[in-house]
Design a protein around this ligand. Sequence first.
Ligand code: SAM
Length: 261
Amino acid sequence: MIKAKKSLGQNFLVDTNILQTIVNSININNKTILEIGPGTGNLTNFILNKNPKEVFVIEKDDELATNLRNKFTNKLNIINDDVLNVDESSLFKEKVIVFGNLPYNISTEILSKWIVNLKDDFWFEALILMFQKEVADRIVANFDSSNYGRLSIFANWKLNINKIIDIKPSSFRPIPKIDSSLLFFTPKKNFYGIKNAKNLEKITRIFFNNRRKMLKKPYNQIFNGNLKVLEKLKINLNLRPQNLSSEIYYKLTEEYEKLTS
Ligand code: SAM
């Protein structure tokens, strides 16, 4: 009997309707699949039943990795490692489909790693990932809404994002205290060519430092009172950070990079 480890965010998905919804969200027949955190293999089983070409899994827990090896013998390529240490882009010869009921404590870190490292020659075709609902709502939020912020802007930089379904705590064992949501991501064909993701992080951090204040102070802090960018992008400094679309933040970052390079 496997005892769930809280430190590794182990809440196993046991609701077969939800497991079916996840694997039905995209056609995986004859595709290469990567599953992050397969745990006891509940989702893995549903994936294998859909005739993928090959399945890779990354599982940090040694006990679970051994258990998966015994359970699925030759059907899986098991990488017993921390997903944050793996360079996924170098593992595959063709584009893969990624599934993950991610550990909540590192879910945004995993997503950020993939976004930062994502080049034009994407290593994945789609990501189907589970997040804590609160986090998912921030990822999909549009401007002019209270959930909109740094995470929405960062995630939308290179990815198209849709919510598939919200999932109740009772679908997991042990039962978590929070609701979850399943998000579907595909890479954007043309994303803004920001040179360094740290600049987008810096600019959004300064703007969203105080959501209630008008844009004037953070704008001047970043651009030293240079009004040219303001005029070019037609930004009204009497607005608040959540009133600017994500495109404006990408353009502001590009302008910042031009001025500081
Ligand atoms: N996919 C399974 C399911 O739906 O039943 C398990 C999901 S559980 C929320 C998260 C899984 O990720 C666990 O199996 C846990 O051991 C694994 N995990 C946690 N941290 C990890 C990391 N840094 N790298 C890889 N796997 C990790």
